[in-house]
Design a binder for this molecule. Structure first.
Ligand code: SME
Length: 161
């Protein structure tokens, strides 16, 4: 397993996502433990983008349960019909939220969180197995480039499920 990753020093997030994709693939393809892989993906995304909060909520016991993450303490359980994460699970699509206060039902795990992107991760049957949640303390911090880049990374993860 690689012990370090290469992160291009650029403000162009697309370039960073493209550099990360093959490295994340290499990082997780020879490790069968899901928690270990999710922990490393969260760590890589934190290091590459210095996101305020980045982590996973896993589908368990008919709800979303906190998994590996980087950032401040977070809520542990989210009902399928609650918050941005619940909307992502229910609608099976990426939620790009430029202003969390304008999103009905947003769950404020931290009052510092201002914008958010949540990406579904599918299992081999096409069911949502988990969601990747990324939060920023800046308003409108995420764009189509993040949606596309994160979806590609989550697609790589999906192929291991
Ligand atoms: N804001 C999310 C909850 C998770 S935390 O922000 C880490 C939501 O509304 O689903």
């Amino acid at each position: 397993m690689a012990e370090s990753i290469y992160i291009p020093q650029t403000q162009d997030r697309t370039e960073v996502y493209e550099a990360l994709a093959p490295q994340i693939k290499a990082l997780i393809e020879n490790e069968s433990d899901l928690v270990a892989n999710l922990a490393n993906i969260a760590a890589v995304l934190k290091e590459a983008f210095d996101f305020f909060w980045v982590g996973f909520y896993l589908v368990k016991e008919n709800q979303l349960v906190l998994g590996p993450f980087q950032g401040p303490l977070a809520c542990t359980r989210i009902a399928f019909d609650k918050g941005v994460c619940g909307a992502c699970y229910t609608q099976k699509q990426t939620m790009l939220v430029p202003d969390v206060e304008a999103f009905p039902g947003h769950i404020a795990c931290s009052s510092a969180s201002r914008s958010e992107v949540v990406v579904p991760v599918f299992d081999s049957q096409g069911n949502v197995a988990m969601v990747l949640d990324v939060d920023s303390d800046q308003l409108d911090d995420f764009s189509e480039a993040d949606k596309v880049g994160l979806e590609k990374l989550m697609d790589i993860l999906s192929q291991t499920l």
